[in-house]
Design a protein around this ligand. Structure first.
Ligand code: HEC
Ligand code: HEC
Ligand code: HEC
Ligand code: HEC
Ligand code: HEC
Length: 230
């Protein structure tokens, strides 16, 4: 005679095989995810994918009236002279006082506007530049991933070389990021033009040249959530 236990026994085995016992621990998490997903999707659709333009024009007052129009425009300094990590790293470095002093130890030494620079230099303290662009902490951004793939500063920052005071020219919303990730071609330029803000990718090169960049560099920006949220 077989006991009820022996009859039930073989039935349990295939069930265990499909859902191993440790998966029970995940059940609360799965339920929470199923409840949160529609709310999450609604948030993305209303805020993330709609053309909300928050912070466009944001222009904080800086401790020194440093002008990109003078330095990058009239003096023609390359962006990488000061933002020297922009091709190799996620962050674009803000130059230390020493970079300014290579010129200002001799140039404009009587300037009132440069007093905080002298103080910073003699006291060895950093100048407290105010951030202009600032994504939320849950977003991952990487400069080198763009600059090394033919996306120029101007596509995301506008004509910095014409600004006396830097302001945010694009929304930096998720919808804005995705718009380009879906169709990057109109924004691509030759790698030696990434810091030439006067170069217009749509005007100063042919459509074939843009397609050549897209295919030659095998550019396929990801739209997967984990690309920007990791
Ligand atoms: C190309 C980069 C990028 C990708 C890919 C991306 N996001 Fe975002 N996401 C952002 C940025 C940037 C923000 C911040 C926008 C802001 O400041 O309002 C954001 C914000 C959000 C927010 C907060 C709501 C909001 O708009 O502020 C949620 C939720 C979100 N993303 C979910 C997702 C999901 C889900 C996916 C995959 C379908 C995804 N994201 C893919 C860049 C991205
Ligand atoms: C002589 C050095 C120097 C050069 C050259 C220079 N910058 Fe800057 N840049 C700075 C300093 C200092 C700041 C911080 C103060 C400010 O925001 O004006 C800054 C700030 C910025 C910001 C805002 C950063 C933030 O807080 O969000 C952007 C964007 C920027 N620069 C882009 C450029 C581009 C593009 C070029 C080339 C056309 C360039 N810079 C050339 C020194 C320089
Ligand atoms: C390559 C040399 C060079 C570098 C590097 C440089 N500057 Fe200048 N800067 C100049 C020159 C030249 C002028 C004068 C331009 C003019 O009067 O048309 C000037 C002008 C200025 C002025 C205006 C002064 C006034 O009273 O009109 C300020 C402020 C200034 N620079 C700040 C900075 C800061 C801050 C840095 C570092 C982030 C910096 N500069 C880096 C060459 C430089
Ligand atoms: C694809 C868009 C894009 C391109 C191209 C781009 N930037 Fe940015 N930049 C951003 C965003 C977005 C931020 C804000 C990053 C954050 O908050 O984490 C930023 C921030 C900065 C900052 C502040 C420091 C930092 O890294 O947060 C500087 C300086 C800067 N960019 C300079 C440049 C220069 C110079 C170039 C061209 C060589 C350039 N950027 C190209 C989008 C871009
Ligand atoms: C003007 C076009 C453009 C804009 C705007 C843009 N991207 Fe991109 N992004 C690209 C291109 C092109 C690549 C390179 C794709 C490749 O290498 O195949 C890229 C790559 C990336 C990568 C690297 C992906 C990897 O696999 O390493 C990240 C992260 C990223 N973008 C985040 C962002 C975020 C966040 C924003 C908005 C704040 C943004 N991007 C806005 C064009 C853009």
């Amino acid at each position: 005679m077989r006991t009820p236990n022996e009859i039930d026994g073989p039935l349990e085995t295939p069930v265990r095989f499909v859902f191993p016992q440790w998966s029970n621990a995940l059940l609360p998490a799965v339920i929470v995810m199923m409840l949160v997903a529609p709310i999450y999707a609604a948030l993305v659709l209303t805020y993330g994918l709609s053309p909300v333009t928050h912070n466009v024009g944001y222009m904080p007052t800086q401790p020194i009236p440093f002008s990109h129009k003078i330095h990058a425009g009239e003096l023609g300094l390359d962006c990488r002279y000061c933002h020297n990590t922009v091709e190799d790293a996620a962050k674009a470095a803000i130059p230390p006082t020493q970079t300014c002093m290579t010129c200002h130890a001799q140039v404009q030494t009587q300037s009132e506007a440069l007093k905080p620079l002298w103080e910073s230099y003699s006291e060895g303290t950093a100048i407290r530049w105010q951030r202009v662009h600032d994504l939320p902490d849950f977003v991952y951004f990487n400069h080198s991933a763009h600059v090394e793939r033919g996306v120029g500063c101007a596509s995301c920052h506008g004509r910095i070389d014409q600004m006396d005071v830097v302001f945010q020219s694009e929304s930096l919303s998720m919808g804005w990021c995705l718009e380009c990730h879906r169709d990057p071609e109109p924004n691509l330029r030759p790698l030696d033009q990434v810091t030439n803000l006067a170069f217009d990718p749509l005007v100063d090169q042919s459509a074939e040249a843009r397609r050549g960049l897209l295919e030659g560099l095998r550019i396929t920006p990801s739209e997967g959530c984990s690309t920007c949220h990791r």
